[in-house]
Design a protein around this ligand. Structure first.
Ligand SMILES: NC(=O)c1ccc[n+]([C@@H]2O[C@H](COP(=O)([O-])OP(=O)(O)OC[C@H]3O[C@@H](n4cnc5c(N)ncnc54)[C@H](O)[C@@H]3O)[C@@H](O)[C@H]2O)c1
Length: 258
């Protein structure tokens, strides 16, 4: 049994019950972690309402807004963690965004604005949040992000998000090298396709899932719980020798040539 008792874990990226971050939060909680969660603030407060009611059974001690494009919100989030928890042990980076118009059609038509926004929210944010977490991870720590095969191979319609994931995976390696001497490990989970709010913006997501069901050794795609279990492992002492890695949780799809 994984033991995360006494660990403070910040989970970003919960939008609803389909979110991979929700699967991760549940598994961290079941292993004993003390949770803090964030939601994306919007004018009508829809995400806040949804996230607050969803996470209630997990009894998080911090629930705060986080828009990674708003530096003041990020500063306030980590100030609160410092004041309330004193130290942070686990950071789950489980967020990404690209405009729907960027997730279908020809990649070469992506606008500078769309490219920059996707890279800023989906890739730079890992550096930003890890930099803010670093001074709070005084007893070492574990940082986990979520990536996808479209960052190493061409997947139809994934387009600019593939570039963002490629950059994200390199961020994992540079951060792991910098933070390793402090006992902070940084890893990524490359998840197979799962139907979520974010993935539904990718053109042909259902075709991608059906393709995995046909080709992958396990003949199915993965669940949020399976990704959550791997995240819990990567956050626990059982993975103490692993850093800078991308772990595939994809029913074995990535090993297949045909
Ligand atoms: N669903 C899949 O098939 C799949 C596969 C591999 C990797 N992933 C990755 O998993 C992660 C979680 O996505 P998901 O599929 O669970 O979808 P999701 O829509 O449930 O989660 C995406 C989250 O990103 C948050 N977000 C977007 N813009 C933000 C911003 N500016 N600041 C802060 N938060 C912001 C949203 O609020 C949402 O909570 C993403 O990095 C995604 O690329 C998903």
């Amino acid at each position: 049994m994984l033991d995360l008792n006494g660990k403070n874990a910040l989970v970003t990226g919960i939008a609803n019950e389909r979110s991979i971050a929700w699967g991760i939060a549940q598994q961290l909680h079941s292993c004993g972690a003390n949770l803090g969660v964030t939601y994306l603030p919007d004018d009508k407060g829809r995400f806040e309402k949804k996230v607050r009611s969803l996470v209630e059974p997990l009894n998080p001690s911090i629930i705060m807004p986080c828009n990674v494009q708003d530096d003041a919100l990020v500063t306030s989030l980590f100030d609160t963690i410092r004041d309330q928890w004193g130290k942070l042990d686990i950071l789950i980076h489980c967020l990404a965004f690209a405009g729907k118009e960027e997730l279908s059609g020809d990649f070469s038509t992506v606008s500078r604005e769309g490219f920059t926004r996707a890279l800023d929210i989906s890739s730079y944010s890992l550096v930003q949040l890890s930099g803010a977490a670093k001074p709070l991870m005084t007893s070492g720590g574990s940082i986990v992000t979520l990536t996808y095969l479209g960052g190493v191979r061409v997947v139809p319609n994934y387009n600019v998000m593939g570039i963002a994931k490629a950059a994200l995976e390199m961020n994992v390696r540079y951060l792991a090298a910098e933070l390793g001497p402090l006992g902070i490990r940084v890893n990524g989970i490359s998840s197979g396709p799962i139907r979520t709010l974010a993935s539904s913006a990718v053109g042909g997501i259902l075709d991608m899932i059906h393709h995995v069901e046909e080709i992958a050794p396990l003949k199915r795609t993965v669940t949020q719980t399976e990704v959550g279990n791997t995240a819990a492992f990567l956050c626990s002492d059982l993975s103490s020798g692993i850093t800078g890695q991308i772990i595939y949780v994809d029913s074995g799809y990535c090993i297949m040539g045909m």
